[in-house]
Design a protein around this ligand. Structure first.
Ligand code: ZN
Length: 401
């Protein structure tokens, strides 16, 4: 009897052992693995989590995006075919940096450009960014120094704008893309006009790189349009970058005129296309206007916006305000960022102002290809237009916020 017990005990043990031996490899194949970031020239440390042998699934290397002119700031690529990998990154930045933000290149509805990584924090004592990102891509770090350059050194040598000076200082709106003025600044623009202020609208990118260009060329479908375009059968032909940018600018001008802005006050500066604009170039543009229009009010998108081509104009105004080169600044939060950026307050239009914003939005769904009207606004970001029209408000904040 005792022998039988011992026999059974051994049999059970063998069964358990063999089960664990056979099951062990299959269990590890589906469980999460973690691997350290290999040593690299940027001294970025951290871990990667995913399934399988994650250490062999990614590389960290120099970014080959040629369109960048971000000065001394960090630029790298995490290359991987596996989009499910999660990276926890510890990124050292140069000393004497007050603020540092990690951006990733993405092609969204409105634009192709750099967007702020959601989960990140900056440790100013250790000069490090701590970030968690899903999937790889091309990254840049944009830093803000503790001490700012004298604004005089940023001033342009010659002025390109018209010599006509308004009798009262104007309100100058800096607009990143052809639709932001209606989506995020429309209420403010109509209110300034109604208060008797001259409004100058300055578009500072060409608006190229939007997914809408692919949609119009039949390379992507549009749920708003309800299918895929065929530029041949629809008769308008291929839309190249210049034609696309011009069509967007045509929408912008029409929308601004619905808001009440005079055509001569619409300035198309197209400094450069998305992703290539530097903070110094942006500040030079603002200083050009500051010198031409003493006492003017300056408006831009919030420095907290997730799109770098938005936040760069906000940061330029904040820096110049801190240097006392300009005194009256308001920043507007993109509707995309309303949940994340909660500073400031909302402004609400009266009936006539709301009606003008609505008519400006209608411009962005005008379809008349024979006149190069392609409803680009709605092909790009119809949900943003819908949410704005359902609740016509802007969110604004001060440069100190
Ligand atoms: Zn925009």
């Amino acid at each position: 009897m005792r022998k039988l017990h011992l026999f059974l005990f051994i049999v059970i043990c063998c069964c358990l052992l063999s089960f664990s031996l056979f099951s062990a490899p299959s269990a590890s194949a589906i469980s999460k693995q973690s691997s350290p970031i290999p040593s690299n020239k940027w001294k970025i440390t951290g871990t990667v989590k995913g399934t399988g042998d994650v250490s062999k699934k990614f590389t960290i290397r120099p970014s080959n995006l040629q369109s960048l002119k971000m000065g001394e700031d960090l630029k790298f690529e995490i290359h991987s075919q596996d989009k499910s990998l999660v990276y926890t990154l510890n990124i050292p930045v140069k000393k004497d940096v007050k603020e540092a933000v990690l951006y990733r290149y993405e092609s969204s509805g409105e634009e192709a450009g750099y967007f702020r990584v959601e989960n990140q924090s900056y440790d100013a004592k250790k000069n490090k960014i701590l970030a968690e990102v899903n999937g790889g891509g091309n990254f840049i770090v944009v830093t803000q120094p503790k001490t700012l350059k004298d604004p005089d050194t940023l001033a342009p040598k010659t002025s390109l704008i018209s010599p006509k000076i308004a009798s009262t200082p104007p309100a100058i709106f800096f607009i990143p893309h052809q639709d932001d003025e209606t989506l995020s600044m429309g209420v403010a623009i109509t209110q300034h006009l109604d208060a008797g202020r001259e409004v100058i609208a300055v578009l500072y990118t060409d608006g190229a790189g939007s997914i809408a260009q692919k949609i119009l060329n039949g390379e992507a479908s549009s749920s708003w349009w309800g299918g895929t375009h065929n530029p041949v059968t629809e008769g308008y032909g291929h839309i190249d970058n210049q034609r696309f940018s011009d069509a967007r600018t045509h929408e912008l001008k029409s929308a601004l005129m619905q808001l009440g802005v005079k055509p001569e006050n619409i300035h198309i500066r197209n400094l450069t296309s998305d992703g290539t604009l530097t903070l110094d170039e942006m500040k030079s543009l603002v200083m050009e206007y500051a010198q031409k229009y003493p006492g003017a009010s300056f408006k831009a998108m919030s420095q907290h916006d997730s799109s770098l081509s938005h936040s760069i104009s906000g940061q330029a105004l904040v820096d110049l305000y801190n240097q006392k080169a300009i005194t009256d600044v308001r920043l507007y939060v993109s509707r995309n960022d309303w949940n994340r950026v909660t500073v400031g307050s909302t402004i609400t239009p009266n009936t006539s102002q709301a009606f003008r914003v609505k008519k400006a939005a209608f411009v962005y769904q005008a379809w008349n290809p024979m006149a190069d009207s392609f409803a680009i606004g709605y092909h790009s970001v119809s949900p943003q237009f819908n949410s704005m029209l359902a609740n016509i408000q802007n969110r604004q904040h001060l440069p100190t916020q």
